[in-house]
Structure formats: C-alpha cells, structure tokens
Design a protein around this ligand. Structure first.
Ligand code: HEM
Length: 367
C-alpha cells in the first residue's frame, strides 16, 4: 500500500509527460545528425554507359575540383546549395539529365529558362556551373567533363555541405544540343498547387515511385520560395490544412496577394539539410500544397511519418532516389556532346527546329 502510494506522484508525472508529448508538435528526431555512407546500401542499377570511374583517365581530379568549388562557394552563400540542387532537379525532370536547362534560348525559340517554373532558378547557380566548367577545362586540358555531370556532382556536394547525406554519383552523361519547349517544361515540372495523384502521375512517367516522390520533395528542407508560389493557399480564404500559427507566419511574410517577398521552405532549420521538412508536414506546416498533401494523402502519409521519425531513413532513401533521378533519360556514348560552354550548344551543331524543317522540306520533295 505504502509502495503504491509512493509511486503515485511518479505515475502522475509520467502521465502528464505522456500527455504533453502527445499534444506538443512532433519534435525533431533525437538521432545524431550524420552523413550516411550509402555505398554499402542498396543503390539502383547504374544506367548503361555510366560508371563511377568514368573520368579516371581523362580527368582524375574531376570530382575533387567540383567538390572544392562547391564547398567554398556554399560556405560564402548557403543559398547556392538550394539553387544547385533545384537546378539538377529541373534539368532531369524535363527531357532527362542532359543539361538542357542550361542552354540559353536561340533564334529557334525560347529556351527552358524562359518557361515559368524556371524563372525563379537562381542566376548564381547557373554562374557556378559555368565557373566549375571553366576550372575543369583548365585542369583537364579541354572539354572533357559534361555540364550534366557537373550538375549532378554539384547537387550532391550541395546536399553534403548543407548537412545532408553523401551518395555515389554515376558519371558519363553527355549534354544535349537541344532544349525542350516551354510546354514540355510545364508538363514535366509539377506546380506547387499539385496534389499527390497529379505528382505521382508526373513521377511515374519517368520511372519514379511514391518513396522517390516523398524523399526527393525533402529537397525542400533548404531554400526559399516566393509568395507567388503559395499565396493561393492564403487568399481569398486560407487553406484549412495550414496550422493556425504557421498561417500567421505566412501572412506576415505575404500580407496580400502580389507581394514580392520570399520565405524559407523549412522554417525550422532553413539552411540545414535534415528531416525537419517532414516534421513540418506532420505539424501541418508544409509551404506548398504539393508538400502538405504528401502527409494528407494516404498513399504517401506513412512514408512522411517514417522520415519525420528517422533522419537516417530519409537520408538513405534520398541517396537512392537522387541516383535514380540523376539517371533519367541520360545521353551516353556517342549521343549528344560535351558542351564547351554550358549555356550554348557547340558551334556547328544543327538545332532541332532546322532538323525538322529539313525533314519536312525533304518529304515535300523540295530537295
Ligand atoms: C515534387 C514536386 C515539386 C514541386 C511542385 C516543387 C516546387 C517548387 C517551388 C514552387 C519552389 C519555389 C520557387 C520560388 O517561388 O522561388 C521550389 C523551390 C525549391 N525546390 Fe522544389 N518542387 C518540387 C520538387 C523538388 C525536388 C525533387 C527538389 C530537389 C531534389 C526540389 C528542390 C527545391 C529547392 C532546393 C528549392 C529552393 C530553391 C532556392 O532557394 O533557390 N524541389 N520548388
């Protein structure tokens, strides 16, 4: 009896603690923040024509040169890490990882950069890729390393230098001489207003699945977004899935429609690549519909919950999914070209539109 009485305050304290834990926002994982070496984990197969030692003979220091550059540049401007990661994603989802997003428009039409989703890509990221390419050209005596490989490596190193996992990047991509149309960009890159069915529709077309979608969306653990990307959730009526305190924060940044300001994608740890993005989603603090719906929709909810609990699980899946994404529709062997300037096709390359005009003229018997 005495024993039971002496335990009573302890039990009461434990009950209060449990209640507090249940009602408090889900806290960050207690796991140590570590970089996961994915080399020992199950990685997707390497696409034919790519290999991990592609530049072993032609430019053995290629990876080191990219890493040193990114390390230095990200230390000076942490936003560049977000810019480089997003640039690789916008390259791969449209026409494959062929560096077509880097091509300036030409007389034949506007390039991919002129399409709405690409208007907010960071100019500093484009410049960094060209600067890395120049450095590689000097050190490797010529145009040896493709712009698409530079993009893939710079994205990986951006993740690492902002606190995320490392993963092995297969190399040997070649660059396209042709950019996609603005319509292709729009259909390849989902809008921030998309819900899970629409998102899955897009990613399945390019060989990715639910786990890839959830893990890759975790790229939103760093970087910024303009009010225009999420103001539809605030006006004329607030989206009821947004938690009241987060809604207050969003309205502070974007008090009316049309305000040109930016806010962090992950307000908990905006500059750190970690799993807090998922903690935000569980607490109804996702910035875009495309983020929050990953937790609302039953098809992806459990994966979000798992990544919110375990940073290690997130890091592991992120590495696998980035390798998958980085191999979408790659050009290899004698396809494409190694661009001498990442912003322009090599001189003498025939643009697509000319190829099409010639083919049409030929079929009409004009020559
Ligand atoms: C799944 C569908 C996705 C949608 C709808 C989406 C949409 C967006 C939008 C609208 C922005 C903000 C643009 C602005 O207002 O300036 C953004 C930023 C960003 N996205 Fe995504 N995104 C998606 C997937 C991804 C993926 C797969 C990655 C990388 C693996 C990624 C990485 C980023 C990063 C790092 C930023 C911040 C860029 C910066 O600060 O410059 N996103 N995204």
């Amino acid at each position: 009896m005495d024993r039971a009485r002496s335990r009573a305050p302890l039990l009461a304290a434990a009950a209060i603690l449990l209640l507090a834990m249940a009602s408090a926002p889900l806290a960050a994982t207690s796991e140590p923040e570590e970089n996961v070496d994915n080399a020992s984990l199950q990685q997707p197969p390497v696409a034919p024509g790519l290999s991990f030692d592609f530049y072993r003979r032609s430019c053995p220091r290629a990876e080191t040169i990219v890493r040193d550059f990114v390390k230095d540049a990200v230390r000076r401007d942490i936003g560049l890490a977000a810019g480089l990661l997003r640039l690789h994603f916008h390259d791969c989802f449209v026409q494959g990882c062929d560096a077509s997003v880097l091509l300036d428009g030409s007389a034949t039409g506007p390039g991919e950069q002129q399409a709405p989703p690409n208007l907010t890509l960071r100019p500093s990221a484009f410049k960094a890729i060209n600067d890395i390419r120049d450095r590689l050209e000097r050190e490797c005596r010529g145009p040896v390393v493709s712009c698409s490989d530079i993009l893939a490596l710079a994205a990986r190193d951006s993740v690492v230098f902002s606190g995320g996992p490392s993963y092995p990047v297969p190399l040997g991509r070649r660059d396209s001489a042709h950019f996609a149309t603005p319509q292709d960009v729009l259909s390849g890159l989902p809008a921030p207003s998309s819900t899970v069915p629409g998102l899955l529709n897009v990613v399945r077309r390019i060989g990715l699945d639910e786990a890839d979608l959830v893990a890759l969306s975790g790229g939103h653990t760093i970087g910024l977004a303009h009010c225009s990307s999420f103001e539809d959730r605030l006006f004329p009526r607030p989206d009821p899935t947004i938690s009241p305190s987060f809604l207050g924060q969003l309205k502070n940044t974007c008090p009316a429609k049309g305000v040109d300001r930016r806010r962090e994608l992950d307000f908990r740890t905006p500059n750190r690549f970690d799993n807090k993005y998922y903690v935000n989603l569980v607490n109804r603090e996702g910035l875009f519909v495309s983020d929050q719906d990953l937790f609302t929709n039953g098809a992806t909810r459990n994966i979000v919950g798992r990544f919110a609990q375990s940073q290690k699980d997130f890091f592991r899946q992120f590495g696998v999914s980035m390798v998958k994404m980085g191999q979408i529709n790659v050009l290899t062997g004698s396809q494409g070209q190694i661009r001498r300037n990442c912003s322009a096709r090599n001189p003498g390359t025939v643009p697509w539109s000319d190829v099409l005009v010639e083919a049409a003229a030929e079929s009409l018997g004009l020559f």
